[in-house]
Design a protein around this ligand. Structure first.
Ligand SMILES: [Mg+2]
Ligand SMILES: [Zn+2]
Length: 197
């Protein structure tokens, strides 16, 4: 079974832009590309999990979301990393046209996208780690037994003030995704001591 890093897109991987729809709007959080590539080389699968209700609202299309993903994938590949997959909920409880879409099981905070990823990639959820800038990114992962980190970027700092720590004792915090990913790197080898002649 595999281990994965689940990452939210807006406010976590990249700077929050209201209803981002174009690759030219992508601004990576500093250090993220390097760290993701490092962890990828150590056998972590990197899986993007994103709500994009802008599709349901008619602000952009699923093809636009795919184009942003393809662009982000090409940038991560330049660093030697790779996203295993992107899971995207394009629905919204008010704006989607069909009843089924309004009541979808993929929109975070529901765990649907994480469960789908678990099946698709044979993941051991106990060894998976999720990062997001909203509690709703992390409620699913926490239910499923993953480690979960709220980042301080995007909505994260404001969100943290609203969270009752007694209700989410397992929730962890990091200043940004890069700092959080660093915690997943293996501890460096201790330096061998050389005795001087
Ligand atoms: Mg977000
Ligand atoms: Zn959905």
């Amino acid at each position: 079974m595999n281990r994965a890093i689940f990452v939210d897109r807006d406010g976590t991987l990249i700077e929050e832009v209201n209803f981002l729809s174009k690759p030219s709007q992508v601004r990576w959080i500093p250090g993220v590309l390097e760290r993701l590539a490092q962890l990828y080389r150590q056998g972590w699968q990197i899986i993007m999990v994103t709500n994009q209700s802008g599709v349901a609202r008619g602000l952009f299309t699923l093809e636009d979301v795919q184009a942003v993903y393809a662009f982000m994938q090409s940038q991560l590949e330049e660093y030697g990393g790779r996203f295993q997959a992107m899971y995207c909920c394009p629905h919204h409880p008010q704006f989607s046209l069909t009843e089924a879409e309004r009541h979808c099981s993929c929109r975070k905070p529901q765990p649907g996208m994480y469960l789908q990823a678990q099946k698709d990639w044979d993941l051991d959820l106990k060894r998976c780690v999720a990062f997001g800038d909203k509690l709703s990114d992390l409620q699913g992962p926490l239910q499923l037994g993953c480690r979960a980190f709220l980042v301080g970027t995007g909505y994260g700092a404001a969100e943290r003030l609203q969270i009752d720590p007694a209700r989410y004792p397992q929730l962890e915090f990091c200043s940004d995704l890069s700092a959080g990913l660093e915690l997943l790197l293996p501890a460096p080898e201790p330096l061998l001591k050389h005795s001087s002649p």
